[in-house]
Structures are given as structure tokens and as C-alpha cells.
Write a protein that binds this ligand. Sequence first.
Ligand SMILES: *Cc1c(COP(=O)(O)O)cnc(C)c1O
Length: 368
Amino acid sequence: MPRPTVARVDLDALRHNYREASRLAGHARAMAVVKADGYGHGIAAVAKALAGEVERFAVACLEEALAIREAGLGQTVVLLQGVHAVEDVATCVRLGLEPVIHCERQLDWLAAGNEVPAFWIKVNSGMNRLGFRAAELPAVMASVRALTDAGRGAFLGFVTHFAAADDPDRKTTESQTRYFQDAVAPWPEALLSVGNSAAHFRVDQPLFDWSRPGIMLYGASPMAERCGAELGLKPVMTLESELTAVRWLNPGDTVGYGETWRAEQPTRMGIVAVGYGDGYPRHAGTGTPAAINGQRVRLIGRVSMDMLAVDLTGAPNASPGDRVELWGAEVPVDEVARHAGTIGYELLTGVTARVPRIYSGAEPDTGH
Ligand SMILES: *Cc1c(COP(=O)(O)O)cnc(C)c1O
């Protein structure tokens, strides 16, 4: 028997969430962000399930774009961090990948190639990780013009990324948007791409030509204080396992490493076959919810590599072999993340290779 710990991936929910992103994007089109192995869901399956409705995918790096091609998909793929070496330029041309160029070094690599792929230019509007500031753009665009006038490659447009779109009370996104619009105004024919998931939920936020939803496609919330379901999203991944043992603890008994939790009264306790070796967060402390047979229970003690303990008081009929949901429709991943002091993104992308992904829904559709 295989281990009962699996990540079920509902591809119908994924499609629902993509449609929701497209609807919220309004006149903008939504490129589906599938980096980090489709946020832990499996990039090939995710890309195939969305292929019927998505024109552009976005990934962090070349290897991820190759995975999309190996899945047999021909959609355009945007490389959000551009290329990492001069030889990657030819790969982009060959495979129809669009790098986002964020620095002089990458521009030089483009200029060095015989052929140049279609590409984007990244504007730093305040995130201050990557990209050109407004004052640098005239010189950058002179280099771009030199390239494209020579008939090599096509300049598509400008990209920028928001630093605090998830915080409805902060106005950083509005000021970044104004900065971006002013910076790119001299090139009115360029396409414009802004907008992580959080930006889709901001009232009156322009998303221009192409938005870039990621986490919302997977049904998790980009906002710390809200769950995906409250935003109309459906959870795509259910991390589940089984109760492998049940025992009674006497007052004074402890559970697990470090004796961090001690029973104060007779307590029925269960062991679940999942741990940080599967990507379940070790920082999820006592009180983190899980669900058994539709009833909520809470973690007690420390999460180990291969198992964790739950107090079964909330599910008195639970017995060995019963299914346990660690996150999914009953226990939002966002809620587990809060208990672990992190965000749903980290939990979803952190599910390890030991956990089989089991897919349901959405017959993979490879057409356009
Ligand atoms: C990851 C990423 C996104 C998607 O962000 P989410 O918060 O997951 O929606 C969009 N744009 C860029 C540049 C990214 O790196």
C-alpha cells in the first residue's frame, strides 16, 4: 500500500479561478503565472488544464518554460526574470519565450545574438528588486530601438510589479501605478503589464493590457487577513493523510519532541502520517486546525518529519484509517499559514516530492 499522504489537485477549481481572474482583469488579459512548479501543484498538469483558455503563461526561469514545452504546449511563455546567460537568448527564439529584460547586462546579451526573441522591459516603480528606473528608460529604449530597427526581435512592452497590493489600506500601489504610467508615456504603442493576484481585488486599479495572476489561480488568498473562499476562489490543492494511531493520554503525559505540549486531562489523541518532510510547516504550533470526517481538530505538540499529533476531542468517533485534511476546502491553506507565521504561497510551493499529486477534473485540453 502506498502511504496515504497525498495532495489532491482539482483542475476544475483551477479553471474556475482562472476565469475569475480573467473576469476581474476586465479589459486586460490574464497571463497565468505557473512558476515554482505551478505553485507546487505540478506545472505540466496545471498548464495543460489551462491551455484551452490561456494565451500566455508566465514563469520565473527557463527550466520552467521548458517544462511547459515538454508538456506539448505551444503557448507563449513569459520569463519573468529574463535570461541568465547569453546562450539563453537563442533558446528563447527557438522556443517562443518572451524574456522580461531588467538590466543592462541582459540588454547586452540580446544585442549579442543573431536573432532576438520578442521581449519586455521591466520598470522599477518602487519594488526595488529588478528593473529600470524612469530616468534610465530613454537610454534603454534607444538600445531597444537600435535592436528592433535592425529587424531583430520585437519589443512588446513594459512590465512592473507591485510591492504592497495585498494591503488595502496602503496607497503604494496607486503611486507605483502613476510612476509607471508617467515612465512609459513616451512609448504609447507599448503593451503594459501590471498586477499580481492582489491587484485584481483592488477597486479601480487599472490592469492595462496584461495582468499576471498567480496565487489566486490556486484558490489561496493574496491577502493575509482573508481566505480564498471569501474572495470567490476555490481551493485547488487538498493535502490529506490518515490517522495511523489513536491513544489516550493521561494528565501529565506529553506528546512528541521537546515535550512542548502536556495533557491536563485525559485526552484522546491521534497520530497523522504527515510532517515537515512532506512540506507541512514545522512552525504550525498547538492549535493549528485540521479536519477529520468533517470535524475540526487541533494540532498538539511539535510537527515531526513524518507525523504530527492531533487532539481528537473535536472528532470523538475518529479512528485509525480515517482521512485527515491538513488543508483544502474544510481547512483553508491560508488559515494553516497564519498559524505557522507564513503565507499560503509558501505552504503550497513547499509540498515536497514525497507527496504524490493526484489530479481530478478538467480533461487536459491542449488546444488554443
Ligand atoms: C510571482 C509573480 C506574479 C504572481 O504573483 P501572485 O501574488 O502569486 O499573484 C506576478 N508578477 C510577477 C513579476 C511575479 O514574480
